[in-house]
Design a protein around this ligand. Structure first.
Ligand code: SF4
Length: 203
């Protein structure tokens, strides 16, 4: 590809991710763009390879809420348009609700729950997922203390025996300290690595 063609392609991709004045800005340096624009340019660079799948690791970290929503809308739109897969890695369950079809929740390096997005939000089948959802600030709880899962994530070189979440789990019992729970089939394609997933599901 000639330099002229490469530049035209870069302008086209910058346009596609809605960088205003792409033709004038194509030679700008990263520090001349805002955080949101830099994120869009990263997405444009990924699109240049015409991927079948994009893995976006914390794509909205350090962006304000409005720009977060714009970046997520853009990713969802591009996913549909390019018919590609999208794996989002995030610690923020609020960010993925409108974009993801499925969620896999990981704890200590292992998937502890996976489910279609609406099922998981409606009724989590693992205490860690429930704790994460309860930790999301809500407008109807204004003035109240925010919920936090007790304790700290484990040291990955010394993962607790049995269920790795047991030192922090409000439902933990003796069996949780000794027996690692397998991924139980909850329903359809839904899975939970909790001995007491039924109890968790019932709230
Ligand atoms: S297996 Fe036990 S400790 Fe682990 S999440 Fe379920 S109830 Fe909690």
């Amino acid at each position: 590809m000639s330099r002229r063609d490469a530049r035209a392609r870069a302008v086209e991709l910058m346009d596609r991710v809605r960088i205003p004045g792409a033709a004038q800005r194509v030679r700008d340096y990263p520090h001349q763009f805002s955080g949101g624009m830099r994120q869009r340019i990263m997405i444009a660079m990924a699109l240049a390879l015409e991927p079948a799948l994009i893995i976006a690791d914390e794509p909205t970290t350090a962006l304000d809420v409005t720009v977060q929503a714009q970046v997520m809308d853009l990713l969802a739109e591009l996913r549909r348009e390019y018919r590609m897969g999208l794996i989002l890695i995030t610690h923020d369950l609020g960010v993925v609700a409108d974009v993801a079809d499925r969620i896999a929740v990981m704890y200590a390096g292992r998937i502890v729950e996976s489910a279609p997005v609406h099922d998981l939000y409606k009724a989590p089948a693992h205490p860690y997922t429930r704790g994460l959802l309860d930790s999301v600030p809500r407008l109807d709880q204004k003035g109240q203390q925010l919920y936090a899962i007790k304790g700290l994530p484990p040291n990955l070189t010394r993962i607790p025996s049995g269920c790795s979440f047991h030192p922090r789990c409000p439902l933990a019992r003796d069996v949780c300290r000794t027996d690692e729970p397998p991924l139980h089939a909850v329903s359809g394609s839904r899975r939970s690595a909790c001995h007491f997933w039924r109890e968790c599901l019932d709230g």
